[in-house]
Write a protein that binds this ligand. Structure first.
Ligand SMILES: *Cc1c(COP(=O)(O)O)cnc(C)c1O
Length: 357
């Protein structure tokens, strides 16, 4: 395992964005990126921060042909006191190692991975935007990089971290979204790669998302791949419901991505005394709850949006309205508490924030 990170600074730093309302998501990138390479005999080597630039990759590289790619997503926040911090970064590092294990990619040393994140964020600290709700999105990713076409576990890999200043997710207020329950395509199956954060899961999910968008929906709600019966996720977020006073979220059966926002919401709600269950939720149960008025709230959870309230659900031609199409009290409370902790407005009693500088 390499210990040192060699830093080569850019000779042509870019202008930082002046109008932070126009940042959007993942459109602009900072001046530098982190890279390191792996080979089966050397382990990880050549840890370096270099000017942000295209990466030359061999045309036969494993990643192009067999989809050996995993990634993470987390944010660095500028707090009200001017500190730069990350939210639960070790959770992302551990999840990346779990994803790597599933795809036969190499493991990262946890402490060194945290040092990498700290080093790149501190170097790019002036790129962490200042306006309310903005942050520096970090995208670590790893890909198999063997330069030949034989199918086997990888012997060469590359790990990269790029950083992108992102705008406030809810610049126009938190508006509940319309969701289509997908009954044809499935995102993942138990035994597959559903629990790994890998590009291939996204490739498999794009068609349903496109179809739903064309019909005026924001995202799809995924059902399990075997029975087409149990609720799994919403778009690329985990999903939670408030049914008759109880908060329920699909249990992690192997096909559901173990979201860090999901985990934080569960821990936070439990600490506040809510009844929270991680269990199977069938589409029939959800339909029944919606019809009888017991479906009180529904929302997605993920790093980008924190929470995304669901106002309408459509299933096989029927439409259900949730909480009259407005954000519910628990959804709002989760949003306020989590963003309060992340931007340093609420005391971080659970010790989730990691100070960078
Ligand atoms: C990343 C991701 C999530 C959310 O995870 P967080 O750690 O909360 O950002 C949920 N579902 C899928 C499919 C994802 O890729």
């Amino acid at each position: 395992m390499c210990e040192e990170i060699k830093i080569t600074l850019t000779s042509s730093p870019k202008e930082k964005p002046v109008d932070e309302t126009k940042l959007g998501f993942g459109k602009i990138f900072t001046d530098h990126m982190f890279m390191m390479d792996y080979s089966a005999d050397k382990g990880w080597f050549d840890a370096r921060i270099v000017p942000f630039a295209p990466i030359p990759v061999h045309p036969a590289s494993t990643v192009f042909h067999y989809g050996t790619e995993i990634f993470e997503g987390l944010k660095a926040y500028r707090t009200v006191n001017g500190e730069i911090r990350m939210f639960r970064p070790m959770e992302n590092i551990r999840r990346m190692n779990n994803s790597a294990e599933r795809l036969c990619l190499p493991q990262l040393d946890e402490d060194f991975a945290l040092k990498i994140l700290d080093t790149i964020v501190e170097l790019e600290k002036d790129w962490v935007p200042h306006s309310d709700g903005t942050s520096l999105y970090l995208r670590p990713f790893m890909y198999g990089n063997d330069p030949h076409l034989g199918v086997h576990a990888v012997h060469n890999a590359t790990f990269v971290v790029i950083c992108s200043p992102v705008g406030a997710y809810y610049a126009e207020g938190i508006n509940p979204v319309k969701i289509a329950i997908e009954s044809e395509d499935v995102r993942a199956v138990k035994g597959g790669t559903g629990y790994a954060k890998c590009g291939g899961n996204y490739a498999a999910s794009l068609r349903a998302g496109e179809k739903a968008e064309k019909k005026g929906f924001t995202q799809v709600l995924w059902l399990d791949g075997v029975h087409r019966k149990y609720i799994e996720e919403v778009g690329s977020m985990n999903v939670m419901f408030k049914i008759d006073g109880e908060i329920v979220t699909p249990e992690l059966t192997g096909s559901v991505l173990p979201g860090i926002t999901r985990k934080s919401c569960v821990e936070l709600l439990k600490s506040k005394g809510y009844k929270v269950s991680e269990r199977l939720i069938s589409i029939d149960e959800l339909e029944e709850a919606a019809k009888s008025g017991k479906l009180e709230e529904a929302w997605g959870t993920g790093t980008a949006a924190v929470v995304s309230p669901i106002g309408w659900l459509s299933y096989k031609g029927q439409e259900f309205t949730v909480n009259n199409g407005v954000i519910g009290a628990v959804t709002q409370e989760l949003y306020d508490t989590l963003t309060g902790i992340q931007w340093g407005k609420t005391e971080d009693t659970l010790g989730w924030c990691h100070k960078v500088c």
